[in-house]
Design a protein around this ligand. Sequence first.
Ligand code: TXA
Ligand code: MG
Length: 339
Amino acid sequence: NTVVLKVDPANPEPDVIRRAADVIRAGGLVAFPTETVYGLGANALSTDAVSGIFTAKGRPATNPLIVHISGMVRNHPQVPQTHTVPDVSEVLNVASAWPATAARLAARFWPGPLTLVVPKRDNVPDIVTAGGQTVAVRCPNHPVARALIRAAGTPLAAPSANRSTELSPTRAEHVLKSLNGRIDLLLDGGPCSGGLESTVVDVTAEFPRVLRPGLITVPMLEEVCGRVEFGTASGGIARAPGQMVKHYSPRTPLVLADDADAEHQRLREGGFRVISLGHDLIYAYKSISGDPEEYAADLYAVLHELDSGQYDRIVIEMPPDTPEWAAVRDRLTRAAAHE
Ligand code: TXA
Ligand code: MG
């Protein structure tokens, strides 16, 4: 069975972190909280350790993983002493180049929910990058994640800590529901504040390209680097290699609607047990505001909860088609996609 250890999310206990780091160094799998979702970590520089991630998740080998680095606590004249700044030497442990765009974006958004795709170094095993010549790197903004990486002394390959195609976990209990017995250790650091996976940006070409929308929005990226590419020539979202349309799905079929009430009515008349969420996602005691960040923070938790209820259909009203809702709309669309 999976060992579960509680950890203080703000000040992780050194003995707890040490135990988790020992598991990583021994080639094992540790689920840990980040500011986006829970990750399933293994030593990114070990093919054997990383292959365990694919087995535990049932993940296709064609879907590459994000490599997580710790960042450094540094003195910086303009910021408080404890501020974490990206450390280029740590990046260059896994990347063979660090383009100017990457440096600018990292300086602004790291540590945080931004993943940068850059040319990979030879020591990163093929299994991490799905055989490709690029590697996705992220410096998470969560004390537990960073302490674990630092204590393990190695970057961590970490996808979301759920079985492939299932909903991502934003609470320790979501991880257990999906992976209990399949992983060595779970660090329970409470709920994740961000709630959606990081924005993935490819910075290997002249203009940065958003491969997966997230809480760092296109306007935020444009503010730092001017022109940003988004979507393919055909107009759709550019897919990261191996990224499937159906992803992040609850077991209960999810229906997206422009008018949740009307759709609810229609399905009820068809004999379905239905729960519907209007645009402000009012669910029982929980009332999420129309603010995209608050919505994102609770979306997966609400879906996990509804999924264990006795419903045949979940109806969700589609949020507006504006940049700040792009990540939520992307995840809802995938969650509603059929096989
Ligand atoms: O917020 C997050 O990013 C979370 C936490 C744990 O950090 N991780 C996460 O990992 O969402 P995962 O494996 O569920 O999603 C990784 C995404 C996939 O869409 C994958 O295709 C893309 O990153 N990706 C990874 N390496 C890539 C590469 N070399 N080139 C392009 N896309 C890549
Ligand atoms: Mg995932």
